[in-house]
Design a protein around this ligand. Sequence first.
Ligand code: CU
Length: 151
Amino acid sequence: MKNLFFPPIAFVLIACISPTVLYSMMTKSKTECTATSKKFQYKCNVIFYHKKEPISGYSGIVGATMPSMAMAHNVIPVKFTEKERMAGQYKFTIQLEMLGEWMFQYDISTPKRDRVLEKLIFDKTKSIAFDKKHNHSHHKHSDHKHSGHDH
Ligand SMILES: [Cu+2]
């Protein structure tokens, strides 16, 4: 696993010169959820995008696990659907089991298989983007904008 976090020097140089080119094939998601009247249930909106461009035409399911409690939860995955007349914006309602840090896993099946992970913190009313709350945590290398490099 070490290579993932300390890539060969050539890779590092390319990444510093042109991170957008390097990551242009990666789909990202931006999820925002608000609580429903049911306990631990949230209505969510998600945008999938490549390089800030929203992507239309996806379908698939989304599940949730707690990184800190690997096997403790059994959230039922739900379908996400694109909103009518709002291309690139998707919605779903998901029943979680507690507040705290959840990892959402989007399994996209159409138009091609892809998987997108997004970490969110849930409080009683809404979700908070993980990056906003923990700027210096040790999460996925690809989420960093290479701010750790000294030039
Ligand atoms: Cu838990």
